[in-house]
Design a binder for this molecule. Structure first.
Ligand code: HEC
Length: 150
């Protein structure tokens, strides 16, 4: 009985101490449209597998090496540019939220237009964003022409 009590306290302590990385977790809970939700669920898994290593699950990036996606001015400024970067990678100096980044992001030739549509629909409908569905034909259209990369 005593051991059980100690265990309970230990677990309760662990739960209350677990770090909260950011106020805005990468939550799907704010999405109410079922079509958007379908894309976003698939997009979340693709994001976890292809992007979160660098940009982190919560999109806050990694210090001065990897730029944030959550609350990032550069990200919010252009869906076209984000889609282009996901497929073709990105290198050279860019400024995100006033901070200069200059590391290479590798291209993702393995991601289909539908994959990219799902990832971007996910990212552009969480953390307070509400762009709605970004379809695979939108992605195909954006991939035909390079955006302004500054
Ligand atoms: C190997 C690490 C790595 C992976 C994996 C990666 N990125 Fe990046 N990403 C970077 C780096 C580094 C930059 C900054 C490039 C520069 O300095 O020019 C960047 C830039 C970006 C930008 C533009 C800057 C910003 O923060 O708005 C977006 C958007 C982005 N990545 C999204 C993604 C998405 C979505 C994925 C998954 C499909 C992904 N990245 C996968 C490292 C990565």
């Amino acid at each position: 009985m005593r051991k059980l009590l100690i265990l309970v306290f230990l677990v309760a302590g662990l739960i209350s101490c677990s770090p909260k990385s950011t106020d805005k977790e990468a939550t799907l809970a704010t999405i109410s449209d079922p079509e958007i939700m379908k894309y976003a669920i698939a997009g979340k898994t693709l994001y976890e597998n292809n992007c979160a290593n660098c940009h982190q699950s919560n999109g806050i990036g990694l210090g001065k090496l990897i730029p944030p996606i959550q609350d990032a001015d550069y990200f919010k400024a252009s869906v076209h540019r984000t889609i282009w970067i996901i497929r073709n990678g990105q290198q050279g100096e860019i400024t995100v939220n006033g901070q200069i980044y200059n590391q290479a992001m590798p291209p993702n030739p393995q991601l289909t237009p539908l994959d990219i549509a799902q990832i971007t629909t996910y990212l552009y409908n969480i953390w307070g964003n509400s762009e709605g569905i970004i379809s695979s034909s939108d992605v195909e259209k954006y991939l035909q022409k390079a955006p302004d990369l500054d």
